[in-house]
Design a protein around this ligand. Structure first.
Ligand code: DLL
Length: 428
């Protein structure tokens, strides 16, 4: 039995619910948000033209630039008195994206997060240590509220202070840790430094998200901590964490809670919907949000949708693990390079630790790409020989070779204790 019976509703019933909710939210956004009224008028679409999800592609997109342009509250659909919580997501440049929640929105968020944790195998008798940052970032409070809603015990450690984090894990026997994938690995390293075998920690599940990771990285985490690592996805503009999650049964694709968030996949260049099952940019529409309804948001995240019924019995569509963003693309001397391609190569080699960075510079008119990786602490051969092996593998998958490839000692690359890991440094 799932947490909420809608999770196993027939596709037809789900579609009927989405049709009704989409028509409502379009009308609601049109009536309450000037930005949407103008955008729909300009596109020549009236809310009455949207009767079902078949009509969704008539609607214009919303972009992160729209959030910035409408800073701070231009996208709000309710009076300030009805806004009960604000979060914000800061990009690398410009103003943060401010997001707002009504009382009901907070209820939906709690429910989809509780549903998510339940799908990950977490139950009311579990102890959830929440190491996502508390504050304007949606990770901390999103997980906190969801775990409480589920009835679990929450330890709100927040990000950082890794030594204390480890003490709490051991002393309070936490079953579940929620944090970024890079922090999981860091925690395992600090445990080892303190003479604790990370596989002896009481954890059985880690719920990882907020930044991209590849399957080899997940394997590293599962082995390092002897846990099941479940991928959770979300973004502030839509609600925060809890848009989708893997189920513990299959760990194959993240169930999108489609009764609240309608997913589409489009070609990132043209904005046209891709064929069913093809890869492209994820576009999300909130179906029930009050304070901040969002129509066709271009997430920038690359994925594909799988409508096959899952072995867990849930009917909600599954999205692929997001390993990259449409704007992650690095153009080096005219050649396309995705950081996830480099990560896959590195992590496929047992001798390489899951820590790397890519530095891009321009010398004269020429792009220079430097890659730095750490060798694994168990690796005892020559780093020079390892370097040659990595170079040969990179050669196979990239059409451009790094100008400099350094293999450094374990621990040489800086770790991220708080917030999201940064691996690409574009100095151009
Ligand atoms: O990162 C919400 C979140 C918190 C998700 C905790 C999961 C766990 P933002 O800070 O607004 O919100 O960043 C959203 O992070 O568009 C993706 O690019 C990336 N992202 C989030 N989850 C994943 C994931 C939170 N599981 C942006 N895999 C999104 C890959 C992810 N990327």
């Amino acid at each position: 039995m799932p947490y909420n019976e809608v999770e196993t509703a027939s596709r037809d019933d789900l579609r009927a619910l989405q049709d009704e909710r989409l028509a409502d939210v379009v009308e609601y956004a049109y009536e309450n948000v000037e930005f949407y009224r103008d955008a729909l008028d300009e596109a020549g679409v009236s809310p009455a033209d949207v009767e079902s999800v078949e009509d969704i592609s008539k609607l214009p997109f919303t972009t992160k630039e729209d959030f910035r342009a409408e800073y701070p509250d231009g996208l709000f659909a309710v009076d300030h008195a009805d806004v009960k919580r604000i979060h914000a997501s800061s990009g690398t440049t410009g103003k943060p994206k401010i997001v707002a929640y009504s009382e009901d929105d907070l209820g939906v968020w709690r429910e989809v997060m509780a549903r998510s944790l339940y799908a990950a195998g977490i139950r009311a008798d579990d102890v959830v240590q929440n190491a996502y940052g508390y504050g304007l970032f949606t990770g901390g409070l999103g997980f906190h509220d969801g775990a409480e809603e589920l009835g679990a015990c929450v330890i709100p450690t927040g990000g950082g202070n890794t030594s204390r984090q480890l003490d709490m894990l051991q002393d309070l026997e936490s079953d579940v840790l929620s944090c970024t994938p890079s922090y999981c690995l860091y925690l395992a390293e600090v445990a080892e430094e303190r003479g604790i075998d990370p596989t002896d920690l009481p954890l059985s599940t880690v719920v990882i998200g907020a930044e991209p990771f590849t399957d080899p990285m997940r394997k590293e985490i599962e082995e390092a901590l002897d846990v099941t690592a479940v991928d959770v996805y979300g973004l502030s503009e839509i609600i925060g964490p809890g848009v989708s999650i893997e189920c513990e049964h299959a760990q194959e694709g993240l169930h999108v809670w489609e009764d609240h968030f309608y997913p589409e996949v489009v070609d990132p260049e043209t904005g046209e919907p891709v064929e069913e099952g093809e890869r492209g940019e994820l576009v999300l529409t909130t179906l029930t949000k009050q304070a901040l309804p969002v129509l066709r948001y271009r997430t920038g995240d690359m994925t594909r949708l799988d409508y096959e019924k899952c072995e867990c019995g849930r009917t909600a569509v599954r999205m692929d693990n997001v390993t990259g963003r449409a704007d992650d693309l690095l153009i080096v001397r005219g050649v396309n390079v995705y950081p996830s391609q480099i990560e896959e190569v590195m992590l496929d080699l047992d001798a390489v630790a899951p820590h790397y960075r890519i530095d891009l510079r321009r010398e004269g008119n020429l792009d220079q790409m430097e890659i730095t990786v750490e060798y694994h602490e168990d690796f005892e051969d020559s780093p020079a020989e390892l370097r040659d092996r990595i170079e040969a593998r990179l050669d196979e998958i990239l059409d451009v070779s790094p100008d400099d490839l350094s293999v450094v000692e374990p621990g040489d690359l800086e770790r991220t204790e708080v917030g999201k890991v940064k691996r690409v440094f574009d100095h151009r």
